[in-house]
Design a binder for this molecule. Structure first.
Ligand SMILES: Cc1ncc(C[n+]2csc(CCOP(=O)(O)OP(=O)(O)O)c2C)c(N)n1
Ligand SMILES: [Mg+2]
Length: 392
């Protein structure tokens, strides 16, 4: 993770940064992608009386913080890698070189890029099955991820996990989980282990909007708050669980408010702006590392593709999709880079070319790798034989 870590402007919370003017010559990032207009992604609380708790962070002033050139360039490169990698994966699925399930993250890239840039080496990350972008940003080699998609022995889960079950302990990536919401108690458990072992590290536990209706989430939230576990719960709210919209699922559309029932610091975040994501995670990480326990962040985001490769996405309008494409996070970062002369068009093209070559190499690597041998079926059922909490 250290290799891919994006340099942040500051580790301090925006509560203190907001008083200071943005450094001269740096991007005023709020204006960069929204033109300073009220953001339609962040309509605010639709029932203010529900947000009366002192832990509702949605009312905090957001600073128009800037980040240095290197940060923007690294965000650009990371997000382009995620997108180009998945564009290719989608094509390969169409050619039946990738089989089984394949859920693309295209459109949501800012959520992962902004989270990972706020993490420290040794922190953990767990998510659901839409999981190609997360290990890419955490530092897993694209070769190992593509090989996993091809079910090859050189894949990051030895070809036994496939698209939904990426795993890479070396970079702190604890999967890749196909059962909706299953990772929520596991994320709390990982955070418990960090606290128990006094590592000073935290766990980001990411889920979709569909997962918040699972009962186990409520048990995990309650326990995590009670024990002040160093966990950041993240809802990547892309508006739909398969074809079911959030509006059709519950009366509560601002999902961050679920955390308020547990007195958990909770806030909505514009998930199409990598800067906002990063800053929210920095604030949550400070609380987690200070022993103050969990935070719930709701990233309002959007997936451009269907739920999976077989979904024609008839439940939404073309206009809705276009509306989000106009607020594309990669284009936003590109715009900031160019307007602030952090790089030229030619520099960005060179990055794009580098990524194209990386993706092509990953496909070649996957194609040329062997399938796992049958004896692999019996290996890795339990990874750690001396697991400390389970005894006869
Ligand atoms: C316990 C369980 N119930 C149902 C499913 C089938 N299923 C797979 S994905 C999905 C929707 C989840 O949507 P969301 O959590 O919003 O994540 P997104 O796909 O939008 O990233 C469902 C219901 C499942 N995998 N697990
Ligand atoms: Mg969803």
């Amino acid at each position: 993770m250290a290799d891919t870590k994006v340099k942040a402007a500051s580790k301090k919370s925006t509560a203190t940064k907001s008083a200071a003017p943005a450094p001269k010559g740096k991007a005023k990032t709020k204006a960069a992608t929204t033109g300073g207009q009220p953001d339609p992604l962040m309509p605010g609380t639709d029932a203010p009386e529900m947000a009366a708790s002192g832990t509702d962070l949605s009312k905090q002033a957001k600073a128009g913080t800037s980040f240095p050139k290197e940060t923007y360039l690294q965000w650009y490169e990371q997000m382009q890698l995620m997108r180009k990698f998945e564009d290719k994966a989608g094509q390969l699925y169409g050619q039946q070189k990738i089989k089984g399930f394949c859920h693309l993250y295209i459109g949501q890239e800012a959520c992962v890029a902004g989270q990972v840039s706020a993490l420290e080496k040794g922190d953990k990350y767990i998510t659901a099955y839409r999981d190609h972008a997360h290990p890419l940003a955490l530092g897993t080699s694209p070769n190992a991820i593509m090989a996993e998609l091809f079910a090859k022995a050189t894949g990051c889960s030895k070809g036994k996990g496939g698209s939904m079950h990426m795993f890479d302990k070396e970079v702190g990536f604890m999967g890749g989980h196909g059962i909706v919401g299953a990772q929520v108690p596991m994320g709390a458990g990982i955070a418990f282990a960090e606290k128990y072992n006094k590592t000073g590290k935290l766990c980001i536990c990411s889920m979709g909007d569909g997962a918040v209706r699972q009962g186990a989430l409520h048990e995990a939230f309650n326990m995590a708050m009670l024990w002040k576990l160093p966990v950041i719960f993240v809802i990547e709210n892309n508006g739909y669980a398969m074809g079911t919209s959030v509006q059709r699922t519950s009366n509560v559309h601002d999902l961050y408010k679920i955390g308020l029932s547990y007195d958990m610091p909770s806030e909505p975040v514009n998930g199409m702006r990598v800067e906002d994501v990063h800053e929210a995670v920095v604030r949550a990480a400070e609380r987690a590392r200070a022993g103050e326990g969990p935070t719930l962040l709701e990233f309002k985001t959007y997936r451009y593709k269907g739920h999976s490769m077989s979904d024609p996405a008839k439940y939404r309008t073309k206009e809705e999709l276009e509306d989000y494409r106009h607020r594309d996070a990669i284009e936003g970062v590109r715009h900031t880079i160019l307007t602030n002369k952090f790089a030229t068009e030619a520099d960005l093209e060179a990055i794009d070319e580098k990524i194209k070559a990386q993706v092509a190499e990953s496909v070649e690597f996957a194609e040329n790798s062997p399938y796992p041998t049958p004896d692999e079926l019996y290996k890795d059922v339990y990874v750690q034989e001396d697991y400390p909490y389970i005894h006869d």
